[in-house]
Write a protein that binds this ligand. Structure first.
Ligand SMILES: Cc1cc2nc3c(=O)[nH]c(=O)nc-3n(C[C@H](O)[C@H](O)[C@H](O)COP(=O)(O)OP(=O)(O)OC[C@H]3O[C@@H](n4cnc5c(N)ncnc54)[C@H](O)[C@@H]3O)c2cc1C
Length: 544
C-alpha cells in the first residue's frame, strides 16, 4: 500500500459513513482531539482540506514552553498552565521533546536590567515547579565565553533559563497524533474539504469534497468539532453558530539560515521594538524569529520588509565575520496565530494584539452539537485534548476511561529492547558520521515501535540502510515506511512536513543527483513524474 492508497481507503470510509464526531481541521488542535476521542472509544472522522498540519501548525517556533515572555503581561495563570503542560510533554516524549537553555543577552535598550530578568527567571522556574535546570544570571564575559557569536559590545549581562523544543518539527509532531488516531480506529483523510453542513434532528449531514479527484460526497455525524484554526469563525458563521469567542490574527515569520552557534541552545534578544526574538537550533541550521504583525486575514506571506527587519536585528546583535544577507536564507516559514478574543462586538481594530493572550478557549453549543476550539499553543495540546473530551461528554457521549495512552512514546523497556537489537546488528557503527546523532536514536525518535520493522528490513536488505538524498538524514527504508504509513499525497507533504528536508537543505542540493526522483518513485510509483513535476514547479514559483 502506498500513501495515496492509505488515503483513498480512508476517503472511501468517509463516503456515506456515519460517525460520532467529525473533526474539521488537522492542525494540532484537531489532531489531538482525534487521538483522544478515538483512543477513548468514539467513532471519529477527521479531515483537512490541505495536508496534516499544512497551515498554522507547521509555522511555529517548535518550542514547548511555559511562555516566560507572557510574564511581562502578568499572565500568571497562562504561564503556570503552559509550564505544567511543557513538563508533561517532556515526560511523555523523552526523545522527541528536549529541554534546552535560553541564553538571553540584555543590552542598554532592553526593557529589563539583568537583575530583574534574573528575578523573573527564578519566578518562572518556580511557576514550572522547578522541573527544568536552575536558571542563572550571566555576565557579558560569560556570554561571550559560551556563545562567541554574540556581540557583547552593548550587553549589560543576561540570564540563562530553560524550556523545551520539538527535535523534529511541529508538523511531524501533529502527524503522530493523526497516526495514533488512525491506529485507534479513526477515519482520517487529508485534502478533503468541508463544503457544507446542515443539522437534521440529532445528526449533521455534511457535504465534503475530495480535492484530489474533485468528487463530492456526504457523511453523517452526531457532532462536529470545529478545529479549523484561523478559519473557525468562518465555519461558525456559515452554520449560524453563536460563540462567546472569536479569532484575531497575528502574523509571525521565521528565517532558516546556516548554523550560527554549534551549541544546542536558544539565543534570545530584545529587538528594536522591545519584543523578544530568538535564534533556535534546527539540526545543522539556525532559525531566526519570530515577528508579531497584526493582519486582517488568515493568509499571509513573508515580505521583504519582514526579511530586512529580522536580518537587521540579528546582524546588529551578533559578531559575524560577514553579516547575514537574503542570500543566506535557506527556507522561510510564515504563519498566522489564531488569537482568541471575546465575541462581544468590539471592533477588531481596537484590539491591542501584542497584549492578546496565547491561551485557548473551547465553546460548546449543546443544541447545535458543535465544539469549537479557539487559539492555543502546541505546548498546550494535551490539555486541549482532555478539555475537548470533557465537552464531548456533555453532549451525551460515553467515553471509555482515560488511560492516557493516546499520547506519548513507548515505554523505556521497549526502547531498551530496540536499542539492544540495533546494537546487535551494529547499526550505529555501520552508519556512524562524526557529530551526527546515532542512527538508532534517530530512528527510535521518529518512529517509535515502528522502527523495529525497519531494523528487519535493513537486515534483510542492507540497501535499505543507505541514505537516499545527499545532505538529508533519510534512509531508503524510511521512505518505504513513509510511502506505506504516512498518507503522503504530494511530494511536499514528505519534504516539508513529515520530514524537514525542505527547511534545512538548500534548493540546489535537493535537486542534485537522482535522489529526489527515487524519493518520488518510492512514494508515488507510476505517478512519480507528475508528482515530482508539481513539486518542482511549486518550488520554482516560490523562489521566483
Ligand atoms: C509564528 C508562530 C510561532 C508559534 N510558535 C509556537 C511555539 O513555539 N510553541 C507553541 O506551542 N505554539 C506556537 N505557535 C502557536 C501554534 O502554532 C498554533 O496555536 C497552533 O498551531 C494552531 O493550531 P490549530 O490546529 O488551531 O490551527 P491550524 O494548524 O491552522 O489547523 C487548522 C486546519 O483546519 C483546516 N481547515 C480549515 N477550514 C477547513 C475546511 N473547511 N475543511 C477542511 N479543513 C479545513 C486548515 O487547512 C488547517 O490545516 C506559533 C504560531 C505562530 C504563527
Amino acid at each position: 500500500m502506498d500513501g495515496m492508497e492509505l488515503r483513498a481507503s480512508n476517503v472511501a470510509r468517509l463516503d456515506g459513513g456515519t460517525f460520532d464526531v467529525l473533526i474539521v481541521g488537522g492542525g494540532i488542535n484537531g489532531a489531538v482531539s482525534a487521538a483522544v476521542l478515538a483512543g477513548r472509544g468514539l467513532n471519529v472522522a477527521i479531515i483537512d482540506r490541505g495536508d496534516w498540519a499544512g497551515f498554522t501548525s507547521s509555522s511555529s517556533s517548535n518550542l514547548a514552553w511555559g511562555g516566560f515572555k507572557y510574564l511581562e503581561n502578568y499572565e500568571l495563570n497562562l504561564v503556570r498552565k503552559l509550564s505544567l503542560s511543557r513538563n508533561r510533554l517532556l515526560k511523555a516524549y523523552p526523545t522527541n521533546i528536549t529541554q534546552l537553555g535560553f541564553m538571553a543577552a540584555l543590552d542598554h535598550s532592553s526593557p529589563f536590567p539583568p537583575w530583574l530578568a534574573a528575578l523573573g527567571s527564578s519566578a518562572y522556574w518556580a511557576i514550572g515547579n522547578f522541573q527544568t535546570h536552575r536558571p542563572q544570571m550571566v555576565g557579558p564575559e560569560e556570554i561571550k565565553a559560551q556563545e562567541p557569536v554574540v556581540d557583547i559590545t552593548n550587553v549589560r549581562g543576561g540570564i540563562e533559563y530553560y524550556d523545551a523544543y520539538l527535535r523534529d518539527n511541529d508538523s511531524r509532531f501533529v502527524w503522530n497524533f493523526i497516526r495514533q488516531s488512525i491506529e485507534a480506529g479513526a477515519t482520517a483523510a487529508n485534502y478533503v474539504e468541508l463544503l457544507d453542513a446542515t443539522q437534521h434532528g440529532a445528526n449533521w449531514n455534511v457535504a465534503l469534497q475530495d480535492l484530489e479527484t474533485g468528487t463530492e460526497f456526504e457523511l453523517t455525524a452526531k457532532a462536529i468539532i470545529n478545529a479549523a484554526g484561523p478559519f473557525v469563525d468562518g465555519l461558525n458563521a456559515k452554520w449560524e453558530n453563536q460563540t462567546s469567542h472569536r479569532i484575531a490574527y497575528s502574523k509571525g515569520i521565521h528565517l532558516v539560515v546556516p548554523q550560527l552557534t554549534e551549541n544546542e541552545r536558544v539565543l534570545a534578544f530584545f529587538d528594536d521594538t522591545q519584543r523578544l526574538f530568538y535564534v533556535i537550533p534546527m539540526g545543522r541550521r539556525s532559525v531566526i524569529g519570530t515577528t508579531d504583525t497584526r493582519i486582517q486575514t488568515p493568509f499571509s506571506e513573508v515580505t521583504d520588509e519582514d526579511r530586512d527587519f529580522l536580518l537587521e536585528q540579528i546582524n546588529s546583535r551578533l559578531d559575524l565575520e560577514v553579516p547575514l544577507t537574503k542570500g543566506d536564507i535557506i527556507a522561510e516559514r510564515c504563519g498566522v496565530r489564531p488569537l482568541v478574543v471575546p465575541n462581544d462586538g468590539d471592533d477588531r481594530e481596537n484590539i491591542d494584539w501584542t497584549k492578546l493572550s496565547r491561551k485557548h478557549e473551547i465553546d460548546l453549543d449543546i443544541e447545535r452539537r458543535i465544539v469549537t476550539i479557539f487559539g492555543g499553543k502546541i505546548t498546550d495540546c494535551l490539555n486541549v485534548g482532555e478539555e475537548v473530551a470533557d465537552e464531548v461528554e456533555k453532549l451525551g457521549f460515553v467515553l471509555e476511561p482515560d488511560q492516557e495512552d493516546w499520547f506519548g512514546e513507548p515505554s523505556e523497556e521497549v526502547r531498551n529492547d530496540f536499542m539492544r537489537q540495533a546494537k546487535r546488528m551494529k547499526l550505529d557503527d555501520l552508519r556512524h558520521k562524526k557529530g551526527v546523532e546515532p542512527l538508532s536514536e534517530r530512528l527510535w525518535r521518529r518512529y517509535g515501535r515502528r522502527a523495529f520493522a525497519m531494523l528487519d528490513e535493513i537486515r534483510e536488505n542492507p540497501v535499505m540502510g543507505e541514505d537516499i538524498l545527499a545532505s538529508a538524514d533519510y534512509l531508503r527504508v524510511e521512505l518505504h515506511h513513509a510511502a506505506r504509513h504516512e498518507m503522503i499525497t504530494h511530494l511536499e507533504d514528505f519534504m516539508l512536513r513529515r520530514s524537514k528536508i525542505d527547511l534545512v537543505v538548500r534548493n540546489e542540493k535537493i535537486r542534485e543527483g537522482d535522489g529526489l526522483a527515487e524519493v518520488s518513485r518510492i512514494l508515488f510509483g507510476d505517478k512519480s513524474d507528475d508528482k515530482l513535476g508539481q513539486y518542482l514547479a511549486k518550488k520554482d514559483a516560490l523562489s521566483a
